[in-house]
Design a protein around this ligand. Structure first.
Ligand SMILES: NC(=O)c1ccc[n+]([C@@H]2O[C@H](COP(=O)([O-])OP(=O)(O)OC[C@H]3O[C@@H](n4cnc5c(N)ncnc54)[C@H](O)[C@@H]3O)[C@@H](O)[C@H]2O)c1
Length: 251
């Protein structure tokens, strides 16, 4: 029970990789807050049925007021914030599109959720982590930013930014013993990706062929790396980007 008496916020935990991360952290003792724009109460109920503590808070990570409310709710319910996993993103719902066809409003929305969302969440938890002189922040980036995947330039740009934010924030927050790292999944069969047939047909086989370990990736493959970076074992690891993609990119 590595996370006994610890409190973790996982954004975008209603489904997919975020849900798997929340369930893993809870199974190792953390009280988890599921911060999602969709209703994550069924996930919270499921976690509570295992004996762990969980709270679903409807949150739009791109909205400053909504994020502040979510962190207030977390502290009110559980008293502290030890771990933040920035997982929420416009991800499995994106439509593949040539870059010339990306509208300005689509571009802005992508950056608001995928890049500003983590900024707002980190800014809101930082005072609590600083007061504790302890904290773990894990940003979920994407292998597309290493590889330069086509037809999703707005998404790739947002994840590239999150990688550089990880490095820069590690340097700002390290003096308060707050680590900032990233996990960079390869193409992963979350429920959302399984439902996105265009994605499946465009990426699944190519992803497998590009891997040292030639098989599908699943949400369960991602959670171990996140849990490690969120744990005491990673106290001296910061500013790192860990690819969890079956050995697809080496960097
Ligand atoms: N699945 C993959 O192949 C893959 C690969 C690389 C990186 N990733 C990253 O992993 C993470 C999870 O991927 P997934 O496939 O499980 O995604 P998904 O699309 O299935 O789920 C995303 C979750 O984020 C929530 N969300 C969306 N906008 C939000 C907002 N504004 N505020 C709060 N919550 C919001 C959604 O409701 C949903 O629960 C994402 O950051 C994604 O970019 C996924």
């Amino acid at each position: 029970m590595r996370f006994d008496n610890q409190v973790a916020i996982v954004t975008g935990a209603q489904t997919g990789i975020g849900r798997a991360i929340a369930e893993r952290l809870a199974s190792e003792g953390a009280a988890v807050v599921l911060a999602d724009v969709a209703d994550a109460e069924p996930v919270a109920e499921h976690i509570r049925s295992t004996g762990a503590r969980a709270l679903a808070v409807r949150t739009d990570v791109s909205d400053e007021t909504s994020v502040a409310h979510m962190v207030d709710q977390t502290v009110e319910a559980f008293g502290r914030v030890d771990i933040l996993v920035n997982n929420a993103a416009i991800a499995s719902t994106i439509e593949l599109r040539a870059f010339e066809q990306i509208t300005v409003s689509q571009w802005r929305r992508m950056q608001d959720v995928n890049m500003m969302g983590p900024f707002l969440c980190i800014r809101a938890v930082a005072p609590h982590m600083r007061a504790q002189q302890q904290g773990r922040i894990v940003n979920i980036t994407s292998g597309t930013a290493f590889k330069g995947a086509p037809f999703m330039l707005d998404y790739v740009a947002s994840k590239g930014a999150l990688m550089t934010m990880t490095r820069a924030l590690a340097r700002e927050l390290g003096k308060d013993f707050i680590t900032v790292n990233a996990v960079s999944p390869g193409y992963t069969l979350s429920e959302g990706n399984l439902a996105n047939k265009e994605f499946l047909s465009s990426y699944r086989d190519a992803a497998i062929q590009g891997r040292a370990i030639p098989r599908d990736g699943w949400p369960a493959d991602i959670v171990g790396a996140v849990a490690f970076l969120a744990s005491a074992d990673a106290a001296f690891v910061s500013g790192q980007i860990m690819a969890v993609d079956g050995g697809s990119v080496y960097h």
